[in-house]
Every structure is written in structure tokens, then in C-alpha cells.
Design a binder for this molecule. Structure first.
Ligand code: HEM
Length: 422
């Protein structure tokens, strides 16, 4: 690199991005907060106690390039020769430790080996075959909801639908599903991502680990016609899957299989209720549903950021020097709302085409469950609109509460009334 080139490099602005994004007002108004971050620069230097320092990418173009760049690793060990990051050094079990042996934090060749083990179960054709089951679960949930005066769309539809579907695919029995859900909610709560929260949540993390081991043991003793049994058999086969990898795989599939789609359905319905013109258009022209789901993915950002990327060699991103060993945070949500990539990015337009959002990521780690998430939303949202023409919010918009956290973006609850008002 020449001296003239070095001196032309920009120094990024410093800001604790995680703290900014976790403010309640930021959760409610994504458009404003990400516009501000993009104005601060394409790269922001951010530091947090548990996650250390990272360079945060805010613009669509840079996020897309980074997602596809083989010089970036998903496994921190690729850049540290086995050295550990802050959360891995932490003596207590935590979610990062649990995910460390899963495909999402692996690079080739382990990434491919792990992904291949489950890839077939999630192809569009295999998932399409599940659509009848998705429809039946949706109808049952809506029947139960119709009997209530006020419905919480999260607890009554958006959460149980994907949780039931992924649990059935994996072979998780009924009582363990809600147990998993409750423990998960505790351990991914951002309140648990500071040293005090970590300590307080320690018992939940231990229980979650025990539950995962019990589930695997159950399938070892009573094999079924499900994905977990297939994984247990792959593990018993020896060289394809280790014990820790098996536990991490089950955790990742159960976690990613519902914690994300609940947000797509919940945030999606809220966005439609808040954009009555778009809701009317979708009711009048139900054939627009596929494009509508893509736009809801872009606009409501059920997943705001991916797990960190680690820089294997010196790079330059948007005029900023990024040395080998740096950690990058890719803000998918900011990319999706970038005016430079989407005309009228701050508005909801269910007819948008093309719509090259990055809500499912890109490249080697592109979301394995994208076809499943799309089918669940494509069944649930139209069924809700068809059955309840009077659907409306049961609380003022200001009373709607978002779950805290930077990675996933979803609602605590979505109280609605299913019948028309006076
Ligand atoms: C990966 C988003 C639903 C399973 C990802 C990634 C994103 C994402 C952004 C990339 C992670 C990275 O690059 O580090 C979403 C969204 C969903 C959704 C927005 C729903 C609206 C699902 C479902 C499953 C699933 C239903 C079902 C099991 C996975 C898995 C990976 C992944 C296993 C890791 C893939 C890999 O590392 O190769 N998802 N996801 N996701 N997703 Fe999803």
C-alpha cells in the first residue's frame, strides 16, 4: 500500500452502536435511527464490554460485498489460531458458546459438512410439501383466537406457528417446546448480555443445555421419523457430526427456526395495519402476497444483523483501513433501508420490484430456512386477513412494546381486535 493511499484513508466515527440500537425509540422507528447511522459514515467504530471492538458497516453496497467476501470468516478461531474472544473466554455457558459449534459460526470445510447434513430437509420442494400442515396449524390457531375478545397476535399466532412447525420437523415433544421457548427468551434477553445479567441468567443457561441433551438422548432411545433422529444417527456414524456439534445444530435449528419468523409475521401484520393503503391493496389483490412478504422482510427487518465477521487479511472498506484481525458487524437492517439501494426506502410498497433485500443474508451462510419462513408467512398473513376483515389494533400505536436487543427485532405483544370497530 502506498503512503499516499494510506494518508487518504478515513478514520471512522466512534459510537456505541449497540447502545443506540437498543434504545426503545430506536426499536420503534428503525428508519430514523439507521438514517442517522448511515449519515455518520459507512463504517462506525463501536465498542461494547462483552463483545469488544467492532467496525460496523451501515450501507447496502458494503454489507452485500462483505456477506460475499471470502476474506471474512464467521469463525473467530480462523483469525486467532484458536485464541478465544471475550464471550468464549467467559467461564459461564452462554449462547455464543452454544452456537460456536454450529454452521452459522463455521467456515469451510466444516461449514459445508454441517450444512449438508440438514440442507435437504429445507429445500423449496421439501418445504412446499409441508404447506398443508402449516395451513392446518394456522387454522387451528385462528379458531382458538376467534373465541377471545382481544387477541395477542404474537402469543396466539406468530409464535406458536413457527415453533410448532420446526418442533415437528425436529421431533421435539409438546411439553419441551414451551420449555425451550421460555429458557431461550431468558438467555437471549439483552439484559443477560452484561456481566450482572450473565450471572443472573446462569441457571437458565444450565437448564437450556440440559434440555438439549435430554432431547437428543430421547431420540437416541426412541428414534422417530424426524430430523433430530437423522442427526443422532449421523453422530453415531462417527466422522460426520461430533456430540457438541449435534447439540449446537439442534439448538440453532430450533432457535433460528422460530425466533425469526415470529418477527416476520408479527412485524409484518403491524406494518400492514400501520399502512392502511397497502393493507387495502393486499386485500383487494391477494395475488400480490409473494411480493408483499419480500417487502415486509425488507421494511420490518425481523433480523437486524448477522453474527460477526472476522477479517483474515488487511482490507479497505469505503476508504477505511480494516486491519487483519478486526471484527465486523453488518447491519442488514440499515442496508435494507438504504435509499441508495431502494427508491423510497423509508416507505412500505408491497409492489416493489426488484426487491434485493438482505434479510436472509447472502453467500455461503444464506438463510437455510428462507423457504420455510416464506411459506409460514405466506399462509399465516393471508389466512388472518381473509378470516378477519375487521382486524385492527386494540391499543394505541404508542402502547406497542418492542423486545429489546440488536440482532433480532420483534414485538413483545401485538394486541388486536378481530372484529370491526363501531
Ligand atoms: C442463517 C435470517 C428463518 C435457519 C440466516 C442468516 C440470516 C437469517 C440473515 C444469515 C446468518 C449469517 O450470515 O451469519 C432469517 C430470517 C428468517 C429466518 C429473517 C425469518 C423471517 C429461518 C428458519 C430457519 C432458519 C425458519 C429454520 C431452521 C437458519 C440457519 C442459518 C440461517 C440454519 C445458518 C445458515 C448457515 O450458516 O449456513 N438466517 N432466518 N432461518 N438461518 Fe435463517
Amino acid at each position: 500500500m502506498s503512503i499516499a493511499f494510506e494518508s487518504a484513508m478515513n478514520e471512522p466515527v466512534s459510537l456505541n452502536v449497540q447502545r443506540e440500537l437498543e434504545k426503545p425509540e430506536a426499536r420503534a422507528d428503525l428508519v430514523a435511527v439507521y438514517a442517522r447511522l448511515r449519515r455518520l459514515g459507512p463504517v462506525i467504530r463501536s465498542r461494547s464490554l462483552l463483545f469488544g471492538e467492532s467496525l460496523v458497516l451501515t450501507r447496502y453496497e458494503d454489507v452485500v460485498s462483505a456477506l460475499k467476501d471470502p476474506r471474512l470468516a464467521s469463525d473467530r478461531r480462523s483469525i486467532t489460531d484458536g485464541g478465544k474472544g471475550p464471550l468464549e473466554r467467559w467461564w459461564m455457558p452462554n449462547v455464543i458458546k452454544l452456537l460456536l459449534d454450529s454452521m452459522v459460526m463455521k467456515d469451510p470445510p466444516d461449514h459445508r459438512r454441517l450444512r449438508n447434513l440438514v440442507q435437504k430437509a429445507f429445500t423449496p420442494a421439501r418445504v412446499e410439501a409441508l404447506s398443508g400442515r402449516v395451513e392446518r396449524i394456522t387454522e387451528e390457531l385462528l379458531d382458538a383466537a376467534a373465541r377471545k375478545p382481544v387477541v395477542d397476535l404474537i402469543a396466539d399466532l406468530a409464535l406458536p406457528l413457527p415453533l410448532t412447525v420446526i418442533s415437528e420437523m425436529l421431533g421435539v415433544p409438546g411439553p419441551e417446546r414451551m420449555q425451550f421457548r421460555k429458557l431461550l427468551a431468558r438467555v437471549v434477553d439483552p439484559g443477560s448480555q452484561n456481566p450482572v445479567g450473565f450471572v443472573l441468567n446462569y441457571p437458565h443457561m444450565v437448564r437450556l443445555n440440559r434440555l438439549l441433551r435430554r432431547l437428543v438422548q430421547l431420540r437416541r432411545e426412541q428414534p422417530g421419523d424426524d430430523l433430530m433422529t437423522a442427526l443422532v444417527q449421523a453422530e453415531e456414524g462417527g466422522d460426520r457430526l461430533g456430540e457438541d456439534e449435534l447439540i449446537s445444530m439442534v439448538f440453532l435449528l430450533l432457535f433460528a427456526g422460530h425466533e425469526t419468523t415470529v418477527n416476520l409475521i408479527g412485524n409484518g401484520v403491524l406494518a400492514l395495519l400501520q399502512h392502511p393503503d397497502q393493507l387495502r391493496l393486499l386485500r383487494d389483490r391477494p395475488e400480490l402476497i409473494d411480493g408483499a412478504i419480500e417487502e415486509l422482510l425488507r421494511f420490518t427487518n425481523p433480523v437486524g444483523t448477522v453474527s460477526p465477521r472476522f477479517v483474515r487479511e488487511d482490507l479497505e472498506i469505503a476508504g477505511v483501513r480494516v486491519p487483519k484481525g478486526s471484527t465486523l458487524t453488518l447491519l442488514l437492517a440499515s442496508a435494507n433501508l438504504d435509499e441508495a439501494a431502494f427508491a423510497g426506502a423509508d416507505g412500505l410498497d408491497i409492489t416493489r420490484s426488484p426487491n434485493r433485500h438482505v434479510s436472509f443474508g447472502l453467500g455461503a451462510h444464506y438463510c437455510l430456512g428462507a423457504p420455510l419462513a416464506r411459506i409460514e408467512a405466506r399462509v399465516a398473513i393471508p389466512a388472518l386477513l381473509r378470516r378477519f376483515p375487521g382486524l385492527r389494533l386494540a391499543v394505541p400505536p404508542a402502547a406497542i412494546r418492542w423486545r429489546p436487543g440488536m440482532g433480532l427485532r420483534g414485538l413483545e405483544a401485538l394486541p388486536v381486535s378481530l372484529s370491526p370497530g363501531d
